[in-house]
Design a protein around this ligand. Structure first.
Ligand SMILES: [Zn+2]
Ligand SMILES: [Zn+2]
Length: 212
């Protein structure tokens, strides 16, 4: 069964999610935002083994805790990211622009792609490619739990910004309509910033893409 521990960390108050299969105790961190030692401690106290770091995208505030997590683990976690965000990852997630120099941790060696199935014990995650906020942004859908980790694609009452390098409003809107609004209305949307919402709620009332 999927278990989730949420954190809000770092200078951009980014949400990080520690997810695990409670039976196998295999864990992944979706967007290890900042303060890796806090995430690590939460895993260790539950007896979970972090085997994967999954990045919705490579902005510095979503990967800033990766170095500290990886430093404490042997074997190293496998890092997964869409290849279109590798350039951003190499550039430290754009942190220098905001005055932050992060330890990015191990190089991503798993390439996300549309429709890819990721397994965590018995739990399956589906990768959906959702460019717009960054060129390689992806979201992770867990149909068995009716939730979708949507990074900085869509928020409760808002959407990801498209004014940073590689951002594109038309792509973002298209990604939301084809990859999020096609999910069942009751699907929960834990995002990269702010409170959780649902697909139905955003379809109805999101001021940027709602009113459906
Ligand atoms: Zn971002
Ligand atoms: Zn963010």
């Amino acid at each position: 069964m999927l278990e989730i521990v949420s954190f809000t960390l770092g200078p951009a108050q980014t949400n990080a999610y520690l997810v695990a299969d409670s039976e196998t105790k295999e864990a992944a961190v979706i967007d290890p935002a900042w303060d890796g030692h806090i995430i690590l401690q939460a895993a260790q106290s539950r007896g979970w083994r972090i085997a994967h770091l999954w990045y919705t995208h490579a902005h510095f505030d979503h990967i800033g805790g990766a170095g500290a997590i990886a430093d404490a683990l042997n074997p190293l976690p496998l890092v997964a990211l869409h290849p279109n965000d590798h350039v951003l990852w190499r550039a430290g997630g754009g942190g220098a622009f905001f005055g932050f120099d992060i330890d990015p941790g191990p190089e991503p060696t798993i390439d996300f792609y549309q429709g890819q199935a990721l397994r965590l014990g018995s739990v399956e995650f589906e990768v959906r490619f959702t460019p717009g906020h960054t060129p390689g942004h992806c979201i992770l859908y867990v149909s068995s739990s009716s939730l979708c980790f949507c990074g900085d694609l869509i928020f409760a009452g808002s959407v990801g910004r498209t004014d940073l390098p590689g951002g594109n409003w038309e792509q973002l809107e298209e990604s939301i309509r084809t990859q999020v609004f096609t999910l069942p209305d009751e699907t929960r949307l834990p995002s990269g910033h702010g409170p959780e919402t649902t697909v139905g709620e955003e379809k109805r009332s999101n001021p940027f893409v709602g009113g459906l």
